[in-house]
Design a protein around this ligand. Structure first.
Ligand code: CDP
Ligand code: MG
Length: 831
């Protein structure tokens, strides 16, 4: 369709842009990655260390050792009563009794698995044992330990704790590094980081040069990054004779790691620190004076559920009816109807907020002092519960209760508040998702309330649709949640579900690699040059379905991250370095290059958190009308940009909260978007896609059509066609046929969308398929910015030449884009 002249112009432009870009990054044309810059952003803390003087006597070495590792203050602190107390405490932990066995095993084996109950000292002690033993054998200065944690909050809080235990400042011997944040210095010998950070380091340092020990904590969680790292380490170990791998896991499934690493030894740490008294729903009800007689039938249902693990819908409805039945037959006739209804109505499909409030009230009134941690499924529940509690006379009284929340999309400084001490007489209540489930210790915590659910990502490879739905947790998770209490003192845990439901929980969750889309992972593998993707994955601990792998590869080709031969393209190289889904990364890359970055930062940040537009059921109409004010332009994404820009101005005048209130926006979400925007921008800076001159990446930010085109470039192939028929709108996607718009979408309000296509980020399947946020785009935008697309018609297939520009253009190219667009529009009109 494009004229030969245009082809050439675009081609020339591309070549020019790319060679300039790579030159300015690394000084060499053929290196696609700005190595120096990545290195800096996830710097190897062990690079500059000094080695012990080789020719000195042992005495000198000992002196050197002391001066290297213990400052005078530190030595004084260790001798002080505080230091001695800490040492005593460390020695009292169950892990300490196994210290020699652990070190012995590590010295004799390349891979060692350590498992033990929560609180026994795995996370905080094992890395220190290793460091101390290395120091004692005079290898302190050359030892470098990387310890991975599944989440940012644990990497930060654990490193802080260890520094305290050693009487050091964080960033000396012990440091941490999480996305865009870190504390480490030249002498950091023990670095805590998220698994994602270690993966990104592999991009520039595939041999883990200089690293002597990799400790992977909480491996039983089986996140995608962790599973990938395990396979990677298995292949790296034979090439790195001096590298050791230590896996730490909860007790339940240590064996599979051992057999994956050819029978690596498992060291079991016996014993627990403090007892945790556990209550299930029936016990809680008993304690309220109610009795729940559990029907025998439930056990059968529990069995049925276990057998049907593969089909969650069946198990859910079965268990629901079983529990309803049990509750109905429970003997609580002597209590008033109202109390029964509010407390005893246990519906496995939703959280009983009344019961939580009742429990919290009871704990605050009657029980000994101590913090309470409540595990909820997600942000929405957390906020609803928080609002409910704030309205309560006791729980909402800030002089008596400090109510905190902890959720993945909060900034790390906000998350850290949960560790702060409270004044005596004030009770700390933390409402959290499963991010607070592992590795963390909240010192004053005594009680845990567990709703039994978490948002679980699953992936339907057949329809290629990811879903995120609340589902029951596993036995391991329940144990981890329970284990957050009883760490510093005896604790109590209330599981808000009957024992029989717990018995039917799966032992552990299906590994993430089997239930999530694999695009980001495949991209990572390609940039690590690991050869064929399916070959590598077939050597994983558990291999994902080949259809899921195939889908991911096809997708990456479609968006231009891989070429026809599955080789990484330049775009793919950039996307692999961005800590977000490839499609969102692509929007940022295109936004930076086409010089309209600002609105895309907002959009991508918005897509990474939750929808800031609130829709309270009771006043849904008002809320929708408020959103509609931002909606001209047939785009939910652009509506968000306008809402954010308005908020930013209001916020500068200290009116942000009022603005949100008036426009039905969530102030917390707006703040989260604001801080994510900043984070994303610094990542783009670190990979040289933006510099310090706003003019170079924001010149065309005002141009909504350009922004629309860039949204299209990211969201493609999430496209549906818009056809108007007799005043009604008919929407279709290639895979699903007829689809509908979510009622919150601004496009759902208007039956006349003056564009032929909508692009969307997510679709959800309820009874029909619903598109959540969408943006209307023109033919030429889809043609130029979507990947290649085959449109079927009765005569056969016409191949559209889309995706031509998915490589880079420089800012000036936006002008050429306009020309091409005009030519194309004319062309299409004439057809
Ligand atoms: O990893 P694991 O669950 O085995 O235990 P850990 O995180 O190493 O913690 C061991 C013990 O250290 C806990 O039971 C707490 O008593 C104590 N600890 C603490 O008091 N404060 C912290 N911030 C971390 C741990
Ligand atoms: Mg731990």
């Amino acid at each position: 369709i494009l004229s030969p002249g245009l082809h050439k112009r675009v081609g020339d432009l591309l070549g020019k842009y790319l060679s300039q870009k790579t030159k300015s990054m690394d000084g060499s044309q053929d290196n696609l990655f700005p190595t120096a810059l990545i290195n800096d952003s996830i710097a190897n803390p062990f690079e500059h260390k000094e080695s012990p003087p080789k020719d000195k006597s042992v005495l000198d070495n000992a002196l050197w050792r002391r001066s290297m590792h213990l400052s005078t203050e530190q030595q004084a602190w260790q001798r002080s009563s505080e230091g001695q107390k800490m040492l005593e405490f460390r020695r009292s932990l169950p892990a300490y009794k196994e210290k020699d066995a652990i070190l012995n095993s590590i010295s004799k084996n390349k891979v060692v698995i350590i498992s033990g109950e929560t609180g026994c000292g795995k996370t905080t002690q094992v890395p220190q044992f290793i460091l101390e033993s290395e120091i004692n054998s005079l290898r302190g200065a050359t030892c470098s330990i990387i310890c991975t944690q599944p989440r940012r909050i644990s990497a930060m809080s654990v490193s802080e704790r260890i520094a305290t235990e050693r009487g050091e400042k964080l960033g000396e011997n012990v440091g941490y590094k999480v996305r865009l944040e870190g504390k480490k210095g030249r002498n950091t010998h023990m670095l805590f980081c998220t698994s994602g950070i270690l993966l990104r380091r592999l991009l520039v340092d595939g041999d883990l040069k200089g690293v002597t020990h990799v400790i992977m904590d909480e491996v039983h969680e089986r996140g995608i990054d962790e599973d990938f790292l395990l396979t990677f380490m298995k292949e790296l170990l034979p090439c790195r004779p001096e590298l050791k791998l230590v896996l730490m896991s909860a007790t339940i499934n240590a064996e599979i790691f051992s057999s994956y690493f050819d029978g690596a030894p498992i060291i079991q740490i016996p014993g627990v620190t403090h007892p945790v008294h556990t209550y299930f729903l029936e016990n809680i009800l008993e304690s309220t004076g109610y009795r729940l007689t559990v029907d025998n039938q439930i056990d059968d249902y529990g069995q049925a559920w276990k057998l049907n693990k593969q089909t969650p819908n069946i198990r859910k409805s079965q268990i629901a009816s079983a529990i309803e039945e049990a509750l109905r037959s429970a003997d609580y006739s002597e209590y008033s109807q109202q109390t029964q209804d509010s407390l005893l109505c246990w519906n496995p499909d939703c959280i009983n907020f009344n019961l939580i409030e009742y429990l919290l009230c009871n704990l605050c009134d009657n029980e000994k002092p101590g913090g309470i941690l409540v595990f909820m499924t997600g942000w929405d529940d957390i906020i609803s519960l928080k609002e409910k509690l704030q309205a309560h006379s006791v729980l909402g009284d800030p002089n008596r209760v400090l109510l905190l929340t902890c959720h993945g999309s909060m900034s790390s400084s906000e998350q850290r508040l949960i560790f702060e001490k409270v004044d005596s007489g004030v009770r700390k209540i933390v409402l959290a998702t499963n991010i607070a489930e592992t590795s963390i210790t909240i010192d004053d915590l005594v009680f845990v309330i567990d709703c039994g659910k978490a948002k679980e990502a699953s992936y339907d490879a057949l329809n290629n649709t990811p879903c995120l739905l609340p589902s029951w947790i596993s036995k391991v998770s329940a144990k981890q949640r329970r284990g957050r209490s009883g760490r510093v003192q005896p604790g109590e845990c209330f599981h808000l579900y009957p024992r029989c439901v717990y018995d039917a929980f799966a032992d552990y969750q299906l590994p993430k690699i089997l239930r999530a889309p694999l695009q980001a992972l495949c991209l990572q593998m390609k940039s690590l040059k690991l050869g064929s993707i399916s070959g590598f994955l077939s050597r994983a601990l558990q291999s994902p379905e080949s259809l899921a792998v195939q889908n991911a590869i096809e997708y990456l080709k479609l968006i231009g991250a891989l070429d026809e031969n599955e080789n990484l393209t330049i775009l793919g190289g950039y996307l692999a370095m961005l800590p977000m889904e490839p499609k969102h990364g692509k929007m940022l890359v295109m936004g930076a290059i086409l010089s309209c970055l600002d609105p895309l930062l907002t959009i991508v940040a918005g897509l990474s958190v939750r929808d800031p537009f609130l829709a309270p059921l009771e006043i849904k109409e008002l809320a929708e009308a408020a959103k509609a004010q931002f909606s001209h332009g047939f785009s939910d994404h652009l509506a968000l940009v306008r809402a954010y820009n308005g908020w930013k101005i209001a916020e500068q005048k200290r009116n942000g909260y009022k603005y949100c209130w008036k426009n039905f926006l969530s102030p917390q979400t707006m703040k989260a978007i604001d801080s994510l925007r900043r984070e994303f921008k610094s990542v783009l800076k670190s990979i040289c896609l933006v510099d310090n001159k706003a003019s170079s990446y924001n010149t065309y930010s005002y141009d909504e059509n350009l922004v629309r085109a860039v949204i299209c470039s990211g969201l493609y192939p999430g496209v549906c066609s818009v056809v108007h028929r007799d005043n009604s709108l008919s929407l279709k996607t290639m895979e699903d046929g007829k689809v509908f718009l979510h009622s919150k979408s601004v496009n759902a309000r208007d039956s006349k969308i003056p564009y032929p296509w909508l692009v969307f980020d997510k679709k959800v399947k309820v009874n029909s398929v619903y598109l959540q946020d969408s943006t209307a785009v023109s033919d030429s935008m889809l043609l130029l910015f979507g990947g290649s697309i085959s449109i079927g018609d009765a005569e056969g297939h016409m191949k559209m030449l889309g995706g031509y520009l998915e490589f880079f253009m420089e800012p000036a190219a936006a002008i050429i884009y306009q020309t091409i667009k005009r030519e194309l529009d004319e062309l299409l009109q004439s057809k």
